[in-house]
Design a protein around this ligand. Structure first.
Ligand SMILES: C[S@@+](CC[C@H](N)C(=O)[O-])C[C@H]1O[C@@H](n2cnc3c(N)ncnc32)[C@H](O)[C@@H]1O
Length: 160
């Protein structure tokens, strides 16, 4: 029992070295994100830090493809199980999204911490598949123009 608790503590805490801890976006903000993104059926949403897979499932239910990156192995397994019925449209990888070349997507969803927003902006400035839209829940990118916002969700456009 102690061993299981130690594994749980380890999985949820080592992630803090690379990004925010697990805290899910609320339903109202998920809906707001999709409202301001205005995606078309068949578009791809990339989620950086995809947690329990809830947002990926919402995307698949709307007819979008979804790709998630989640570093916490427990959340990765939970999200793989939760998204099984949508396997055709959802892919999830247990990877640190800072260390990879981000795949092609029409939009990106994140719920990071304030101190990671500038680093994310630099990464997206170099993103190979622009134009792309970014929605960030809770935190803004310093000195970057917000294209739209709703209920604490901010939309940014990275043009070609
Ligand atoms: C604040 S939670 C948001 C979860 C989900 N996106 C949501 O909004 O409901 C941040 C998630 O990102 C994951 N995470 C943090 N840093 C990461 C990294 N560098 N690579 C992949 N996942 C990361 C955490 O484990 C956590 O599940």
């Amino acid at each position: 029992m102690i061993f299981i608790i130690l594994i749980l503590i380890f999985c949820f805490s080592f992630v803090l070295l690379f990004g925010p801890p697990y805290l899910p976006t609320m339903r109202k903000q998920i809906d707001s994100a999709f409202d301001i993104l205005e995606l078309k059926k068949g578009d791809t949403l990339l989620e950086l830090g995809s947690g329990d897979g809830k947002i990926l499932i919402s995307a698949a239910r709307k007819g979008y493809k979804a790709i998630g990156y989640e570093l916490n192995p427990i959340l990765f397994v939970v999200s793989i199980i939760r998204t099984l019925p949508y396997r055709k449209n959802i892919k999830i990888y247990c990877r640190n999204f800072w260390n990879i070349e981000l795949p092609q997507a029409d939009a990106i969803y994140t719920f990071l911490l304030k101190r990671q927003m500038e680093r994310l902006d630099s990464k997206l400035e170099k993103y190979s598949f622009r134009p792309v839209k970014l929605v960030s829940f809770a935190f803004k990118i310093p000195n970057k123009k917000i294209s739209k916002q709703k209920n604490g969700v901010f939309l940014y456009d990275y043009s070609k």
